[in-house]
Design a protein around this ligand. Structure first.
Ligand SMILES: [Fe+2]
Length: 387
C-alpha cells in the first residue's frame, strides 16, 4: 500500500517560493495543490477559511520516493493551504491540508524558533522522547515563521531510521506548516541523508539566506575542526578555504540590518564541550557587524555577554547563545560559570526570536512553556545598537 512516511514539510521559503517535500513508502509521482487562505474578518473570530479555488497545482510525473516540489509565483508574506498527492499504477495517497506562509520582505516583522539536539536524548532520556515532543509542541504554539535547528537532530546521521525517530516524527505537526533550516552537528556525521531530506542550495552544508531585515548564515563547524580533539586548524578558518571565503562573501554582500550566524560547536559556553578553537572566526564576524551567533553541542541553555576582541563590549559585542535545546540534561555539566556567561540554565528549551527593522528580541522557553530568559537589542537608523 502506498503511504506517506515523512512529511509533508516545508523548505527554503522566499517571498515568492516555497519548497514542499515528503517521502512515500514506494516510488510514485509528486503533486502539490495550493489554495489561497482567506482571513475571516467577522466578530471576534479572526480565522482562515479555505476557499474552493485552487491557485496552483504542480505535478511531476517521474517516479521517486523523496519528493520535492518548489511552488513559484506566490505572494510575499501570504498564507496558503497546501496538500500533497502521490500515485503509481496501483495506488494513490494524499496528505491532509496544511498551512504554509511565504517569507516576509524587508520592513516586516517576523519570528523564528530555535532548538537543537533532538537526537541528544539517546542514552540519557528516560522519557521515551517526551522532551522532544514537548519542545516541538511549545515551539508551534508561538507560530514562528520558521524554525532553525542548530545540529545534532539525530543520534547517528547514517542510520536512516534516526531521522524519523528523533526529528520527523516528533516534529511532524510543527514541520508540516513551519519551514526549517538546520546546520550539521557531529551526530549528523556528514551523512548523505542530510542532503537528501533537506533542500538547501549546494553545497548545502553551508548556506546563507535573507528573511525580513535579517541575513542568516549557516556554517558547517564540523568541517572546520577535528571532532576528536578540537585542534585549531587555522587553514580552514582563513582566506583561501572554501567555507571561510563563503562566510566573508555572505557577510560582505549583505546590507541587512541584522546578521545572525549559526553553527553547531560553541566558541563560548561554560557548561562543558566548549570549542574555543572556533573563536578564530570571531574577528571576521565582528568586523562585519554580526549581532548574534547561535550554537549548540552543549545540551543546556547559555547566553553570553556581548563579546568583542575576546572581552565584554556592550556597544559592539556579539551575543553567543547556546540553544542546546531538546536533549535531556547531561550529568557532566561543569558546576561554575565563566566570565563570558550572562545567563545559563540546564533545562530542555527553545528560543523564540522576534525581529523587526529596529529590534531583536530573544526569549528562552522551557519544555513546559515557561519563559526563563529574555534579551534584546534596539538598533537606530544609523545602525547604532543599544541593549
Ligand atoms: Fe554535538
Amino acid at each position: 500500500m502506498l503511504s506517506i512516511v515523512k512529511g509533508p514539510y516545508l523548505q527554503w521559503p522566499t517571498p515568492h517560493t516555497v519548497t514542499v517535500m515528503w517521502e512515500t513508502s514506494e516510488p510514485a509521482d509528486s503533486k502539490v495543490m495550493v489554495w489561497q487562505a482567506e482571513r475571516i474578518h467577522s466578530g471576534y473570530l479572526g480565522n482562515y477559511k479555505q476557499p474552493e479555488q485552487v491557485v496552483q497545482t504542480v505535478h511531476l510525473k517521474e517516479s521517486t520516493v523523496i519528493h520535492r516540489i518548489t511552488l513559484e509565483g506566490l505572494a510575499p508574506s501570504t498564507v496558503y493551504h497546501y496538500q500533497v498527492h502521490s500515485s503509481h499504477e496501483h495506488d494513490n495517497v494524499a496528505s491532509g491540508k496544511f498551512f504554509l506562509k511565504t517569507a516576509v520582505q524587508r520592513g516586516t516583522p517576523f519570528s523564528l524558533a530555535v532548538t537543537s539536539e533532538t537526537g541528544g536524548y539517546s542514552g540519557f532520556d528516560t522519557s521515551e522522547g517526551q522532551i522532544n515532543r514537548n519542545v516541538f509542541h511549545h515551539m508551534r504554539r508561538y507560530r514562528p515563521d520558521f524554525a532553525l535547528f542548530v545540529g545534532d537532530i539525530v543520534n547517528d546521521g547514517h542510520n536512516v531510521e534516526d531521522w524519523e525517530r528523533y526529528f520527523f516524527l516528533p516534529g511532524k505537526e510543527l514541520l508540516s506548516d513551519t519551514p526549517f533550516y538546520c546546520c550539521l552537528g557531529n551526530h549528523e556525521n556528514h551523512s548523505p541523508w542530510f542532503h537528501r531530506f533537506f533542500a538547501y542550495p549546494p553545497p548545502s552544508r553551508f548556506y546563507a539566506f535573507d528573511y525580513g531585515d535579517a541575513r542568516f548564515i549557516c556554517l558547517d563547524s564540523t568541517e572546520l575542526i577535528d571532532n576528536d580533539t578540537y585542534p585549531l586548524d587555522s587553514g580552514k578558518m582563513a582566506p583561501g578555504h572554501e567555507q571561510f571565503d563563503f562566510l566573508v562573501r555572505a557577510l560582505e554582500e549583505s546590507d541587512a540590518r541584522w546578521k545572525i550566524v549559526f553553527f553547531h560547536y560553541p566558541p563560548y559556553v561554560s557548561g562543558g564541550y566548549q570549542v574555543e578553537a572556533l573563536r578564530a572566526l570571531s574577528p571576521v564576524l565582528e568586523q562585519h557587524g554580526v549581532d548574534l551567533v547561535l550554537n549548540s553541542h552543549t545540551i543546556a541553555y547559555e547566553r553570553s555577554h556581548p563579546i568583542r576582541d575576546g572581552g565584554i563590549d556592550y556597544e559592539n559585542g556579539i551575543v553567543y547563545v547556546v540553544a542546546g535545546g531538546a536533549g535531556a540534561m547531561p550529568s557532566w555539566l561543569l558546576p561554575k560559570r565563566e566570565w563570558h556567561t550572562a545567563q545559563s540554565l540546564a533545562v530542555p528549551h527553545f528560543l523564540h526570536v522576534v525581529i523587526t527593522p529596529h529590534t531583536l528580541e530573544l526569549q528562552a522557553i522551557d519544555d513546559e512553556g515557561r519563559l526563563f530568559d529574555r534579551f534584546g537589542f534596539y538598533k537606530d537608523v544609523s545602525g547604532k545598537r543599544y541593549f
